[in-house]
Write a protein of this length. Structure first.
Length: 221
């Protein structure tokens, strides 16, 4: 199953790319897949393809296009360094505007969910509070702690790794204390455990998180 590259437009007039994957039959619903700091690379496209294979329409907006178009980075130190540098030039408001445009492309307000990874995990949390989403799922969103005061307006599921050296366990504890209604799960794994192109990939944890994510989406739709 192969997706297609499309062009999106944010409310501020910014045109940017996106990767759209559709299921073969009728869609169960729609999901915006929000990238890590490595761009809409091979892995993020494969995530969209996997969602499409499971029956969901999936769209990954190219958030780095606000700085540099067509960015695809590898999971190595140069990729991390460059990804962090580009991310630092994209404002949260700009990134959310692009996520909002992706949501709008998929249908009426509240008709699509958001699933984000790393940087995208934080954006998924923000989207649940500031954008019309059906549901939101965040994988290892380290900056959620900075925005824990926000109140989600849709069901939220968060995944964190117990061995994540980049995100202290206090982040998940803060979310649980402030928002007992939010589903927070910990896994015996490190940062990026759901990405099968990273050395930190943990197959068992990734599968468990996928199953839980699918459960939330099925309930939301």
């Amino acid at each position: 199953m192969a997706g297609e590259l499309i062009t999106l437009r944010a409310e501020d007039g910014h045109d940017f790319g996106g990767y759209l994957a559709r299921p073969d039959g009728a869609a169960r619903g729609a999901v915006v897949v929000v990238q890590e700091i490595f761009g809409v690379n091979h892995h993020i496209r494969s995530v969209c393809d996997r969602y499409a294979a499971a029956g969901w329409t999936a769209l990954a907006p190219a958030l780095f296009d606000r700085v540099e178009r067509g960015v695809e980075l590898a999971y190595d130190q140069p990729g991390i360094d460059r990804g962090r540098a580009i991310m630092g030039q994209v404002s949260m408001d700009g990134a959310l505007a692009d996520v909002g445009a992706a949501l709008a492309h998929l249908g009426a307000p509240g008709s699509a969910a958001v699933v984000g990874f790393c940087w995208g995990g934080t954006l998924a949390w923000l989207a649940a509070a500031r954008l019309p989403v059906r549901a939101a799922v965040g994988y290892y969103g380290g900056q959620i702690a900075k925005h824990v005061q926000l109140t989600p307006r849709a069901p939220v599921l968060l995944h964190f790794g117990e061995k994540d050296t980049a995100i202290p366990l206090s982040v998940s504890e803060e979310v649980r204390a402030a928002h007992p209604e939010v589903m927070v799960h910990l896994y015996p794994a490190g940062h990026g455990f759901s990405c099968d192109e990273r050395a930190s990939y943990d197959a068992a944890s990734a599968q468990r998180a996928w199953t839980r994510t699918q459960g939330l989406l099925e309930a939301a739709f």
